[in-house]
Write a protein that binds this ligand. Structure first.
Ligand SMILES: *Cc1c(COP(=O)(O)O)cnc(C)c1O
Ligand SMILES: [Zn+2]
Length: 408
């Protein structure tokens, strides 16, 4: 049971061109699309069975044969992954679904599932000799990259819009990253990172422009399979920004089928966006294979404020091949869903995660999901990173005042 990766090569997700894994890679040099890690599936099959996974460490690293890091000594981890998949009866009753479950990514280091992708990408970067990282980010990805960068002893440079959430600026600075605030959009930050890359010799870890973040995200799909005893649910509802979550899970299901660990059935993959930034939902509705740039993106669900995703065609493919759908919900519906989830289950979700509940409510109304189907919602982060979206409405008393307790 020794740690061994069966990574063989990288392959373009669009044109199939092959690339080596023993040096740093970004996107396909022929078509500019994301690269996927490929594994020696027969080797994995001989090395490990589903049963042998039981009892391994309770983190995403338990699936090491299907992960890209070759040497365990390069793994940069804070125990991310193996998050709870909880049956939520009260919430299910409230929305009319008998078998409703939440995969809660809010319990991970740095408070969001971004930790999976960045733990993986930073580990692989370390293995390939990177000393300096960079990222344009408006939020949680920056927090995760800088935390793992610190743990790996690397330098991190983060370029953020000046109006990025306070919590993300603080979490990056506290772990010692160089935080640069830009009067502009996330796309402007991206240009500044590209412009400085040669001079600074840093390695940018932007979504899908680096091949291994998606390998971290795919562990969510493997975990759901294992936690449901290798019977995938009927429907998975997932909030979509850059799309690594959905793309990663979809990739994981293929790998699990090749291994014979699951059959050919797939959950309907439902991709949720916010009405103020919904390029994927729009492309889906229009029957297109790729999305167009979304002008004036605006939503409280900051992780969904991605006007154009490099992997748009992969998200749309997963949605369509699975018989799922893509849809957008409003910020009002999202806030209402945060409250409903919190009151029913004690779970304070991030707005992105709550968007999946808002979408489920609509799908039940529209007959897009049956009350007897098994549904998994993904809460991608903790609401504790978003307290500035809420106000406290509580009575205030002087310490000596007599309180009419029954009126509270
Ligand atoms: C980044 C982010 C998302 C979107 O994730 P993708 O997999 O890149 O689409 C969703 N929720 C939260 C909390 C995020 O930080
Ligand atoms: Zn290509």
């Amino acid at each position: 049971m020794s740690f061994m990766s069966y990574l063989t090569h990288l392959e373009c997700s669009k044109c199939g061109k092959r690339f080596e894994t023993d040096k740093l890679q970004t996107v396909c040099d022929a078509c500019g699309k994301p690269l996927f890690a490929r594994y020696d599936i027969e080797g994995v099959e001989d090395a490990v069975s589903r049963e042998e996974l039981v009892g391994r460490e309770a983190s995403m690293w338990k699936y090491w044969e299907l992960l890209p890091v070759k040497d365990r000594g390069n793994v940069v981890t804070m125990g991310e992954g193996w998050t709870p998949l909880t049956s939520v009866r009260r919430l299910g009753e409230a929305v009319g679904i008998r078998d409703l479950n939440i995969k809660d990514e809010g319990v991970i280091a740095t408070g969001t599932f971004k930790a999976r992708g960045l733990s993986m990408a930073v580990s692989k970067a370390k293995e390939l000799g990177v000393k300096r990282l960079a990222l344009p980010s408006a939020g949680n990805a920056a927090g995760a990259m800088t935390a793992y960068g610190a743990r790996a002893g690397m330098e991190s440079y983060v370029f953020m819009p000046v109006d990025a959430p306070m919590v993300n600026k603080v979490e990056c600075q506290i772990v010692g990253a160089k935080v640069v605030l830009v009067r502009g959009l996330i796309s402007d930050c991206g240009k500044l990172v590209s412009a400085g890359t040669e001079e600074m010799g840093w390695f940018p870890l932007s979504t899908l422009k680096e091949p291994y973040r998606v390998e971290g995200k795919k562990t969510m799909g493997i975990e759901v399979a294992e936690q449901m005893d290798w019977e995938l649910p009927d429907v998975i509802i997932y909030p979509t920004g850059g799309g690594t979550g959905i793309i990663g899970m979809w990739k994981a299901f293929d790998e699990l089928e090749w291994l014979g660990w699951i059959g050919s059935e797939r959950p309907r993959m439902v991709s949720i966006q916010a009405e103020g930034c919904a390029p994927i939902a729009k492309a889906y509705a229009e029957g297109r294979e790729e999305s167009t740039f979304w002008e004036g993106a605006e939503t409280i669900a900051a992780g969904l404020r991605v006007p154009h995703a490099l992997g748009d065609f992969l998200i749309l493919r997963a949605v369509r091949e699975s018989g799922g759908l893509a849809l957008a919900v409003s910020d009002e519906e999202i806030l209402e869903a945060v409250r409903l989830m919190a009151r029913s289950e004690g779970l304070f979700a991030c707005p992105e995660g709550a968007a999946t509940l808002a979408a489920l409510t609509r799908m039940v109304d529209d007959g897009k999901v049956d009350r007897d189907e098994r549904v998994v919602l993904f809460n991608t982060g903790t609401g504790l990173k978003y307290t500035d979206l809420f106000e406290v409405d509580a009575p205030v008393f002087d310490k000596d005042e007599r309180i009419d307790y029954r009126s509270l």
